[in-house]
Design a protein around this ligand. Structure first.
Ligand code: FIX
Ligand code: ZN
Length: 400
């Protein structure tokens, strides 16, 4: 092998990625498919930064068009100030990856140049080496769900997942939607399971997901629908993905940009894994405080798999620390990252930022074992990276 550092970087850049949690949709989903620099600047991470950095009136800001909002964000965060936060750096990464010289330019100038590139989602997937992504699909959102009627997109690239949060937060609405679709049922539990059967057939999801605050996690096992949903998932042989520790609407005026972190008790996750040992559980936690305990739990439960650095955890300083911890405690038995991208173009920064960190972290670990006379080959590194980026996800989701 020529040079360990360079070999690792080349392998990481050349390995296919399976992105297991995104909010992306193919172009066939029309208004749900977001792309382009205006959408990139309208990302809620940047909106939260803008609203807390300036004195802009929140309600008036949200009345503006997307182009107007993008303009303000560009002016305030990129021109008047140094774009040094992770969310801002992400935009710079995208622009430099696409060779757009942005210095001293207005948003309009950049937007014109960017639009001329006419980048398609598949072109972006190719640049980043993404072969599959998992969408977040809400079967209780009628207008979004309609699009499964004619699945005219590449279903090998865009896989579905069932987001079930509404069952916990808006049960009556969910039951109404189930009743509109299912005629014969014995009780509410039976109704929900029959509706899940229907949407399963329509979308062929690779997992079902729930995001939980502390209270929802505490009462999870007492929820009257959970045992049946878990039995159903076991029958379908798909995991439940738990995104734990979000506190929605910390500032409701901020809308999507107003969610924060909640305190949680991970002993409940351990109980879920024990009581439902035949179910597979994917898990990502939002707070830094919970990462050590979560990693230890993943050593204790065969049915638990950690994935990604969710949202507020997706910061380079935290990733470096926790990625090392995960490797130290779990070897390579976890899914290191997901993008959570909402705009296709964000893949152009989210994955390269992570790849650069993974490269450094892996280099130190390989170097360590080399010093202990372990002969690490290029093939072995390729297999390891492939496990991290693709195989671990594929196996846990039971895909062929
Ligand atoms: O609940 C989720 O899946 C979160 O990832 C999102 O809803 C959140 O708004 C987000 O975009 C975080 O990256
Ligand atoms: Zn998400």
């Amino acid at each position: 092998m020529k040079n360990l550092k360079q070999t690792i970087t080349e392998i990481i850049n050349g390995t296919e990625i399976f992105d297991i949690h995104t909010h992306l949709f193919p172009a066939a989903f029309k208004k749900y498919h977001l792309s382009g620099i205006s959408e990139v600047l309208n990302y809620h991470y940047l909106i939260a930064e803008l609203l807390t950095t300036t004195n802009i009136n929140v309600k008036n800001f949200y009345k503006l068009t997307k182009i107007e909002k993008a303009n303000i964000i560009w002016e305030e965060l990129f021109k008047k100030r140094t774009p040094i936060s992770e969310a801002c750096k992400g935009v710079l990464t995208i622009l430099s990856e696409l060779s757009i010289d942005y210095m001293f330019k207005s948003f309009d100038e950049i937007n014109t140049e960017y639009s001329k590139l006419n980048l398609s989602d598949l072109q972006i997937f190719k640049i980043i080496k993404i072969s599959k992504i998992v969408m977040t699909n809400n079967p209780f959102d009628k207008s979004e769900w309609q699009l499964f009627k004619n699945k005219n997109w590449d279903t090998n690239k865009y896989l579905a997942s069932l987001r079930l949060d509404d069952i916990l937060i808006n049960l009556d609405k969910c039951l109404d939607i189930c009743k509109e679709n299912i005629n014969n049922f014995d009780n509410d539990n039976d109704l929900i399971i029959k509706y899940l059967d229907k949407v399963y057939e329509e979308s062929k999801p690779v997992y079902a997901a729930l995001s939980l605050n502390g209270l929802q996690l505490n009462s999870f096992l007492k929820n009257k629908f959970i045992p049946d949903i878990l039995k159903w998932l076991e029958r379908k042989n798909i995991p439940l993905s738990l995104l734990i520790g979000v506190r929605r609407n910390v500032n409701k005026d901020f809308l999507l940009a107003g969610d924060g972190i909640d305190r949680i008790d991970l002993r409940h996750l351990s109980e879920i894994c024990n009581q439902y040992s035949n179910n597979k559980i994917l898990c990502s936690c939002l707070s830094f405080n919970d990462q050590h305990e979560l990693t230890v739990l993943a050593r204790k439960h065969q049915n638990l798999k950690i994935f990604g650095f969710w949202w507020f955890m997706n910061q380079p300083s935290l990733i470096k620390l926790i990625l090392n911890l995960r490797i130290e405690l779990l070897g390579l038995n976890f899914i290191p990252q997901h993008s959570d991208a909402r705009v296709t173009d964000q893949l152009l920064y989210k994955w390269p930022h992570f790849k650069a960190l993974l490269s450094k972290v892996l280099y130190n670990h390989y170097n360590d074992i080399k010093l202990k006379n372990f002969k690490i080959s290029e093939n072995q590194i390729s297999d390891d990276v492939s496990k991290l980026f693709y195989i671990n996800s594929k196996n846990f989701l039971n895909l062929s």
